[in-house]
Design a protein around this ligand. Structure first.
Ligand code: HEM
Ligand code: HEM
Length: 199
């Protein structure tokens, strides 16, 4: 159990066969694809803005990066709450039969780690911003509290590398996750991707 996420019972994995296999619900799919877009955009903007010299453009992008990051944090909390009452559908029995045990563990483990990083990456970013003494006003409208005392050395030596390192770990896991989904689609030719693909 992590972040209050109860593990799905293993016997729920193989409850259905291919044709009538249940899929994620509309809300779970909408949140998945919206968050996927926001995360890819925040990561790309993060890399780009960090490479810019000090300029109004850099400051503007940093603000948008922070606002998008706080949006990701909020939507991830809603997603996790939604998941408590709308459990992921069991995998089709044919898919479970075709996957070696380590792949079933990797399937669960990747999702668990992704959820963990949806919270740690933005929280390290927020802590970094707080420790630099730059308060966040979400979209220029909602002032957010600083939860770390101002300490610029700590911000640069500890919080920035933690934010960057966790963001790169998230990016690596996303590549692994998307690669696995595409492998199911084009190599195994099973219906796993359909579970998350709006019809
Ligand atoms: C930033 C990009 C992405 C993130 C952060 C992400 C994250 C996640 C998470 C956390 C889940 C588990 C959902 C749950 O059980 O609550 C999931 C499921 C899924 N994702 Fe993604 N995803 C991303 C991109 C993609 C892409 C590009 C694809 C397809 C190529 C994809 C295909 C799927 C599929 C098929 C599932 C359902 C897996 C299953 O059947 O259990 N995702 N994703
Ligand atoms: C999932 C959400 C987020 C992702 C994927 C992400 C990713 C990144 C990346 C890749 C960088 C560039 C690191 C480098 O090369 O130095 C970065 C920098 C940064 N991020 Fe984030 N970030 C996210 C959320 C946040 C949040 C919520 C905040 C603050 C509220 C934030 C604040 C910053 C700051 C201040 C920088 C450094 C800019 C600089 O001075 O160079 N990030 N982020």
């Amino acid at each position: 159990m992590l972040c209050g996420m109860p593990a799905e019972p293993l016997n729920s994995l193989a409850a259905h066969d291919h044709a009538d296999a249940p899929r994620y619900g509309a809300v779970a799919m909408a949140l998945h694809w919206l968050l996927a877009l926001l995360i890819v955009a925040s990561f790309s903007v993060g890399l780009y803005m960090a490479s810019l010299p000090f300029s109004p453009m850099r400051l503007r992008l940093i603000s948008w990066h922070k606002w998008a990051g706080i949006t990701i944090l909020t939507l991830s909390a809603l997603r996790l709450l939604w998941r408590q009452s709308h459990r992921p559908p069991p995998l089709a029995a044919s898919i479970v039969r075709a996957m070696p045990g380590w792949q079933l563990v990797a399937h669960r483990g990747t999702h668990l780690l992704l959820y963990l990083l949806f919270f740690t990456v933005p929280l390290f970013g927020w802590a970094y911003s707080s420790a630099l003494g730059i308060p966040i006003v979400w979209f220029g409208l909602v002032p957010l509290p600083d939860f770390v005392a101002v300490d610029k050395d700590f911000a640069e030596a500890v919080l920035k590398p933690l934010h960057k390192g966790s963001a790169f770990t998230l990016a690596a896991l996303v590549l692994l996750h998307a690669g696995a989904a595409l492998k199911h689609r084009f190599i195994d030719r099973d219906a796993l991707l359909d579970r998350m693909w709006p019809k």
